[in-house]
Design a protein around this ligand. Sequence first.
Ligand code: AMP
Ligand code: ZN
Ligand code: FE
Ligand code: FE
Length: 300
Amino acid sequence: MRLLHPDARIDLHAHTTASDGLLSPGDLLAHARHVGLDVLAITDHDTAAGVRAALREEARTAEVREEVQEGAAAPGSRRPLEVVSGIEVSSQLGRTEVHILGYFIDPEDPGILSYEAERRGLRRSRIERMVSRLQAAGMAIDMAGVDEQIGGDGAPGRPHVARVLVARGYAKDFRDCFRRLFSEGGPGYVPYEKIAPEAAVRLIEGAGGLPVIAHPGLDRVEDHIPALKAAGLRGLEVWHGSHEAETTARLERVAAAEGLLPTGGSDFHGTGQSEGADLGRVLCPREAFVRLCEAATRTT
Ligand code: AMP
Ligand code: ZN
Ligand code: FE
Ligand code: FE
């Protein structure tokens, strides 16, 4: 690992167009450099496709950098940026949704690749059923419009449908969409079975990664920490835009008491998006990241 300077800016939670983020992996890297990040973890919902694309992009950048050093290409404004390979696995505990972040996974791990492919299919059929139900309720939307939002072969999600509904005036904003149209009993409600959090933890571990509960303040899953720890949980996302100062302080104490690694990030989905904060607005303290890296080295 590159030596980090004391005021290194580390954001360990961001989405790309491989799931429901607005920026392509390449554009996310450029934006990360622009906002002065030193470390960025790409953590798409149920896929590592964005990580794979970003790493390919970085490999090309490295080639360009060599050319620059050899004087073959003009020096650009590129700064070193460390990309951490991540994922955010959607799981469920009864009726509660639990997101499990995985850090330092092998993005080519066969377990990850098959999970990804399976979820892409299941997510897509859920979205198709949502669109049919919304059509039956009289809304003029179709899969072609939603596909423009999904783009390519990423992991389709409800935000892709929400963007179309908001654009066509059927919902005021995301909140309105999720609350009125997508909630149980709403015209766009279609249940979607997710894996158990323990299975998510094992999937990440199997890919050589460190499993961390995402935004625990949002989902109120603290009671389940002991069971998840027994399954292999290693960390808690303490710093997140949805956490009030007192939630952050409480989670810091919980992480310390439980021997879990604290992490943090913006959960960036795109500038101006209601989900998550702006890139670099929520950071992971340097010491916490160093501990995470040490744990990853010990595990692998
Ligand atoms: P999905 O992958 O279909 O489960 O969609 C998950 C995404 O939807 C997450 O990234 C959330 O940010 C977003 N989301 C979930 N619930 C809400 C809500 N009530 N309001 C706005 N966004 C939401
Ligand atoms: Zn999302
Ligand atoms: Fe999440
Ligand atoms: Fe997220």
